[in-house]
Design a protein around this ligand. Structure first.
Ligand code: FAD
Length: 430
């Protein structure tokens, strides 16, 4: 198989990854000056911040995804999309090697994001669920609904505990948002729809290794989040490490055992990128070390942006946080600099403009650390709604999501709790 990209006189920019970084780079590049080739293993862009709402049945998967081919075809003629997985790059030969063939480039931008980090714990990797993609969120949705249905049909108290204990590991934004949404589902929906199930048996645990939730945010945001979640009924355990999970129970501390079939791992992410990058250029967290132009050492035409990039400086000894804004701003910088390279103008250096960090816990409950002000509660929730709608790709998606939120808000319900694609896991003996 071949990628069949037509030869061109123009410089060819190959972009691996149609996430926040990849799409914003395309937006910025001067389309007439370059041939642009976008490669992604999926034919759609995923708006990851709303994955948890798909998992909790609040949104349809289609409303947080956008077809990459549609995006590319709306931007110009000398632009191509190829659905394939990049396995390796060869900076020396200026080649990208995919599972469908090879392609040479003049400029290569790696925007491949991140993957779940299990810190080498195989049992957790094998038996837990993660939340990094739309298929993951559908798995989680199905598992949740299947296990509630199963719990109705067993008289075995121990088994019911395994089915109805939901344990989220990792008190970062994803863990907190999932825990909040699950608590609200239990409170507003499950109590009504599963009237013949004792809802006091359904427990939502949130386990965090550090001494506070949302460690990347202000103390105030952490405290508020804790109290919101506690009021919603979440069982929060701080300074609690999970070191093993056999798919049936977890042991925490000296004497606490939580029987559970449902462990959702949101405790870490690490950079993800194809092979071929020199080991010396890979930093902690499996991210590629880049300079202030997002270039990889010794390769002026090789750039890494977004979650996969570690731009280490005195100000940011661990690199920038893995946030959409970092990917967007890096993409804009690389796009602007590539445009300048054609015009022989000097390049700009990356300077991250912090636009704030947000997390939502539930209805009218969010925390927002903005550069000028830190707010919590209803106002923060409105900010959260507005920002997420703004950055969602596609007008139709914005409308659908807005409608779903509105209906869900006034009716305390959503109609999306369907087991379309049943989830089967390794140790499922049903
Ligand atoms: C559940 C969740 C919630 C989040 N919430 C927030 C939030 O509220 N606010 C915030 O700022 N950030 C949030 N983030 C982080 C944010 O989504 C990322 O920082 C951002 O997506 C990074 O953009 P990126 O372009 O680097 O990578 P991504 O957006 O992850 O895109 C990477 C793309 O590369 C493709 N790809 C990867 N490897 C290959 C390969 N080898 N070959 C071909 N294609 C490949 C993938 O299919 C994907 O399309 C969240 C992340 C998750 C998982």
């Amino acid at each position: 198989m071949k990628l069949n990209i037509p030869a061109t006189e123009k410089p060819r920019v190959v972009i691996i990854g149609g996430g926040f970084g990849g799409l914003n780079l395309i937006q910025k590049l001067k389309k007439k000056k370059f041939q642009i080739v976008l490669i992604d293993r999926h034919n759609y862009h995923t708006f990851q911040p709303l994955l948890y709402q798909v998992a909790m049945g609040g949104l349809e998967p289609d409303s947080i995804a956008y077809p990459l081919r549609k995006y590319i075809s709306s931007k110009g003629k000398d632009m191509f999309f190829r659905l394939c997985e990049v396995e390796k790059i060869s900076p020396e030969e200026q080649l990208v090697k995919t599972d469908k063939g090879e392609l040479d480039y003049d400029f290569l931008v790696i925007a491949t994001g991140s993957r779940t980090n299990y810190f080498g714990i195989e049992s957790i990797q094998k038996n837990s669920l993660e939340l990094k993609s739309i298929p993951h969120s559908l798995d989680l949705r199905s598992l949740l609904l299947q296990n509630l249905e199963r719990a109705l049909m067993t008289d075995d108290k121990d088994e019911r505990a395994q089915l109805l204990n939901f344990v989220i590991v990792g008190g970062g934004p994803t863990g907190v948002e999932l825990a909040g949404a699950l608590c609200e589902l239990k409170k507003f929906v499950f109590r009504r729809e599963y009237h013949d199930l004792d809802m006091d048996e359904l427990n939502i645990y949130l386990l965090e290794g550090l001494d506070r939730l949302l460690n990347g945010m202000s103390e105030k945001a952490s405290e508020k989040t804790y109290s919101y979640l506690e009021k919603l009924g979440a069982r929060i355990r701080l300074k609690t490490m999970v070191e093993e999970y056999d798919g049936r129970k977890i042991e925490i501390g000296e004497d606490e055992v939580i029987p559970t079939y449902n462990l959702i791992w949101t405790a870490g992410v690490e950079g993800a990128f194809p092979g071929g990058i020199d080991k010396d250029n890979i930093d902690k967290g499996n991210r590629v070390r880049v300079n202030e132009y997002c270039q990889v050492k010794d390769h002026d035409n090789l750039f890494v942006i977004g979650d996969a990039a570690a731009m280490i400086s005195e100000e940011n000894p661990k690199g920038h946080p893995m946030l959409a804004q970092v990917a967007i701003q890096m993409a804009k910088l690389v796009g602007a600099n590539l445009n300048k390279s054609i015009e022989a103008k000097s390049w700009e250096r990356f300077k991250y403009k912090n636009k704030g960090v947000l997390a939502t816990i539930g209805r009218n409950k969010a925390v927002a650390d903005l550069p000028s002000i830190k707010v919590q509660g209803t106002f923060a929730w409105y900010i959260w709604l507005f920002v997420h709608l703004m950055f969602l790709v596609g007008f139709q998606n914005k409308l659908v999501v807005m409608m779903n939120w509105f209906i869900g808000y006034i009716r305390y319900n959503s109609p999306l709790r369907l087991i379309i694609r049943p989830f089967k896991r390794n140790n499922d003996d049903s």
